[in-house]
Design a protein around this ligand. Structure first.
Ligand code: VGL
Ligand code: ZN
Length: 241
């Protein structure tokens, strides 16, 4: 073998070795392409849930650049805002002697008690300033009834009152939702599971979420979501072109 032939033989070996080592999701064929009948749902990316807020989710702000980036792949974008009254039923301060992260029983069942957070009209309840979603079409506010919480963007915690989101999405012909935001184990998980219940195909983009994680609630939420047919993907799995 001549020296130049030997070099190209070695080069071809290296290329084969490299491509065999490439993980499958890196290939375009493994990507998920949001269709015109898909919607991105951006859950509660508000000051209250990031560093410096009243109910901070660890590293909550890290979802912002990820969501901004993937938003370009979506024609339809819905934003949600946790939007509580002062003295809300989900606030520990509403119950003398109760502390945040304890639970109580309300008419509709068990309620985790939270620090006062996302009070209507406050800066704490505003969307994160770096969230850049100029093409978003709807902001849906939830948890605005004093006596009823709402983790889900579809249905309040009494499991009877609808927010109207399923009707809105259906009226617009949406079939698939991609859920992102805060917090993985509460509002994101409940929103994704209720999307399934309402008949939508549902994905959660894991690296576009962060969790609160009370006693293993993040792992529990992923299990429950899987059981309901929610698909767990990463932002890199979204086809951007
Ligand atoms: C949330 C707890 C209380 C959430 C909202 O956005 O996940 N969690 N309110
Ligand atoms: Zn809340």
């Amino acid at each position: 073998m001549k020296p130049q032939d030997r070099r190209s033989f070695l080069n071809s070996l290296t290329l084969v070795g490299l491509s065999a080592a490439l993980p499958l999701p890196a290939l375009a064929a493994g990507k998920v392409k949001p269709a015109a009948n898909s919607a991105l749902i951006v859950v509660d990316v508000q000051n209250c849930f990031v560093t410096g807020g009243t109910l901070p989710v660890a590293k909550g702000e890290e979802v912002v650049p990820v969501i901004n980036k993937i938003s370009a792949a979506f024609e339809n974008i819905v934003i949600t805002q946790d939007w509580h009254t002062p003295g809300h039923a989900s606030f520990a301060t509403t119950y003398p002697g109760k502390k945040p992260f304890e639970t109580t029983t309300l008419k509709y069942g068990m309620q985790v008690l939270w620090p006062d957070h996302c009070v209507q009209g406050t800066d704490d309840a505003a969307l994160h300033k770096d969230l850049k979603l100029p093409t978003a079409q709807l902001i849906i506010r939830k948890g605005f009834r004093k006596g009823v919480d709402s983790y889900s963007a579809f249905e309040e915690a009494d499991r009877k009152t609808t927010t109207g989101l399923a009707g809105y999405l259906k009226a617009r012909g949406i079939k698939t939702v991609f859920v992102t935001g805060l917090a993985t184990d509460f509002c994101v998980a409940w929103t994704a599971m209720d999307a399934r219940k309402a008949g939508f195909e549902a994905y959660v983009i894991e690296d576009a979420t962060r969790g609160i994680d009370l006693n293993g609630s993040v792992a529990a939420a992923w299990k429950q979501m899987a059981a309901k047919g929610v698909r767990r993907i990463q932002s890199g799995d979204i086809a951007m072109a």
